[in-house]
Design a protein around this ligand. Sequence first.
Ligand code: GDP
Ligand code: CA
Length: 306
Amino acid sequence: MKVTALAGGVGGAKLLVGLQEILDPGSLTAVVNTADDAEIFGVHVSPDIDIVTYWLAGIADKERGWGVQGDTFTLVDSLARLGVDAWFRLGDRDFATCLYRTNRLQEGVALSEVTGEVARQLGVPTNILPMSDNSVRTEITTWDDRRLKFQEYFVKERTAPEVAAVHLMGIDTAAPAANVLDTIATADRVILCPSNPIVSIGPIVGLRGVRAALRAHRKVIAVSPIIRGAALKGPADRLLTSLGFRSTASGVAELYRDFCDVFVVDRTDADEIEKVEMTGMAAVAADTIMRDDAASAALATTLLQL
Ligand code: GDP
Ligand code: CA
């Protein structure tokens, strides 16, 4: 069975670990958000690609969610010692990945190519594709009318500001990376991971042709990142509410209504099923909290049996 999964960072990575475990090598493709990317300390940081790659390579710091397990922070601490405002905590090994990426991009190699190289060198059997080789950058307007780059909002200001608007800079001119549309069309199942619907899944679906490719597919399955009205981690719940959506599983389903076929809510949200079905898609309940790899694999198995 061939599976294509759309993912952001941690919520996506956890489900991908389970899918990778139960599928044959090479039959899983992850299409990963790059709208969080940023130039930091002179290198091209791709937070979601790296989170997904490290989790699938088995070297992620799972407590923290991002970065490499056991990484050191000599470089950022040394920069701070020189007076640099080092608010972005990039570990030393993590920095090496970003430096490699930056050098390859400067040589004219596409991001999708570099992403595949890193994944292969780290022994990842899954095909990891950035959503686009072109630049798309999320920016935030806050309620007090400041304009922040995504990492300034997410890391520097720890998602504290209330969000008035989300801007996906470059989304109208960016093309999906080569293979993205094809890998959706030819997959037996397309899975929308329980990633942030606004800033992780939103940019991928916003790329030209992606929404139509999802609509044309008959087995698109989404897992809710919102459980009992709240995100397990991160600002997804507050973002939904600030932008006028409901912070519930059915609120997320509403955003996916035109292209999703089956929506999976958490077992504890069974009362959401009826509301999801009102959008016209099928809904089922499952254990969606991925506490460990076994829970990820169990959820992945359930999804492929739907
Ligand atoms: P980020 O880029 O690292 O913020 O990660 P994503 O966009 O991929 O995912 C963020 C979302 O993942 C949050 O809304 C969380 O609620 C959700 N999430 C994290 N872990 C789990 C889990 O085990 N199960 C479910 N259903 N959602 C999860
Ligand atoms: Ca992210």
